[in-house]
Unconditional design. Structure first.
Length: 439
């Protein structure tokens, strides 16, 4: 079915994991060493979806079978407990290789729990990593981690419902709905729908958790605001641009389906869903050609989206750096990246795998996701042409996300926007002051 489109828009997806407030203490450098490139390599990973676990287990088994010098031993930790397990484990007791949720990396560098990897993985592996992948794993010019996959964020919509309501929609990054246009679309769609709703923002994920920050902090950045700048939140997270973005968000709430059953879009109760890449397979199966992927609203400074996901690093006290690096080279090759991204639907985080992926490459149904991820930046260096923004690369991120997500949840229920954001700013700045700006 051919749908009417507003000239020009974009697309997206995202993985998200719960991030708990870290207990950070300033630490020194690690004591990693190369070893002789043989022996046992201990690996920790989060226990994600069954398909992801199977892909990782296959990679480990195939690596062990491919040579006789290195034996990888894999330990899986439940996802809900994974980050706190690393936080509560001393550096001396961490494994040689460990998986890290991207936003937590800086806090583990700060606590001296991870080691630089650029001396251990091959230059070929580093050169093949996408720009966003390298940016996520780099702190103060040092590479600590690399990922198999990335993430993005956008809107998934039922084009048939949009057409029936007479709502035109964007078809490129540059033509994203403005905040006012988005509100107008919601009003029209809600009026045309028996449910009285138009939008699903995945409230069932919990707005007060990491989903809230990942999914909705891009609205601040799209408005010209941010979560933090120069280690200060006051005047930034609660500045006029950020307040305007959250006031717009609050104005959308009357049209939001609570989506307690996680089926608002597929059952037609709404026409638009705030969408991560893991939702695309199910939405595509349910809606077929009626599924359209759109950019998040442009709040004034261009559409922005989230990025970053699980990544791989080394424990700071490993004595098996060379062997661990050899395993990471294997884990990040095209075969294993493809297996993992097939398992979880995420965009590949290596250049060669991304270029070969029929979903994200030119002409593919998720081509715009690939384009969007190609226009990425860090939260402290947002440019006019940046679309996907990594969450702040600071050891203070846990308090930032906790306070912003709590404010977001309060705003969603009708609390005063300025007061909620100023409360978050005050708490963040106090935490940074108490911890010497986490430097």
């Amino acid at each position: 079915m051919k749908h009417r489109k507003k000239a020009g828009a974009s697309v997206v997806a995202v993985t998200t994991a719960a991030l708990l407030l870290a207990s950070c203490s300033s630490g020194g450098g690690g004591t990693s060493s190369a070893g002789d490139g043989t022996g046992d390599v201990e690996v920790w990973a989060h226990q994600g979806k069954d398909t992801e676990v199977a892909a990782l287990q296959d990679a480990v088994a195939n690596f062990n079978a491919s040579q006789s010098d290195i034996n990888v031993k894999l330990t899986l930790v439940p996802e809900a407990d994974y980050t706190t397990t690393i936080q509560s484990t001393s550096a001396d007791d961490l494994p040689d290789v460990l998986e890290l949720d991207g936003p937590t990396l800086a806090s583990f560098v700060y606590d001296a729990k991870v080691a630089p990897i650029d001396s251990y993985v091959s230059q070929e592996t580093i050169d093949n990593a996408t720009v966003g992948n390298v940016n996520q794993g780099t702190l103060d010019g040092t590479l600590y981690a690399l990922a198999q996959f990335n993430s993005g964020l956008g809107l998934c919509a039922n084009g048939e419902m949009l057409d029936a309501a007479g709502v035109s929609y964007p078809d490129s990054i540059d033509s994203a709905w403005s905040a006012d246009e988005f509100l107008s679309a919601l009003e029209t769609l809600a009026a045309e729908n028996d449910s009285g709703y138009a939008l699903d923002i995945k409230e069932n994920y919990g707005l007060g958790g990491e989903w809230g920050t990942y999914a909705f902090s891009p609205l601040l950045q799209s408005a010209g605001g941010n979560l933090i700048a120069d280690n200060k939140a006051s005047g930034v997270i609660d500045g006029p641009e950020s307040v305007a973005a959250m006031e717009a968000f609050q104005s959308w709430m009357p049209y939001v389906d609570p989506d307690e059953d996680d089926a608002a879009l597929v059952e037609g109760r709404v026409a638009i869903s705030w969408c991560g890449h893991w939702l695309y397979p199910g939405y595509s199966e349910a809606l077929g050609d009626d599924l359209v992927i759109l950019p998040l609203p442009d709040m004034g400074d261009g559409t922005k989206s989230g990025a970053g996901s699980w990544t791989w690093g080394m424990g700071s006290t490993t004595k098996q750096g060379a062997a661990a690096g050899a395993f990471l080279d294997y884990l990040l090759n095209d075969e294993n990246v493809k297996a993992m991204t097939t398992a979880n639907g995420a965009p590949p985080a290596t250049e060669s795998a991304l270029a070969a992926d029929t979903l994200y490459s030119s002409g593919g149904p998720l081509e715009l996701w690939g384009q969007q991820l190609g226009a990425g930046c860090n939260a402290d260096s947002i440019t006019d042409d940046c679309v996907t923004v990594l969450r702040p690369l600071t050891a203070g991120y846990p308090v930032i996300t906790s306070e912003f997500a709590s404010a977001l949840a309060a705003i969603a229920t009708g609390d005063d926007v300025q007061s909620a954001l100023t409360g978050a700013a005050t708490a963040i700045d106090q935490s940074f002051a108490d911890n010497n700006d986490y430097e």
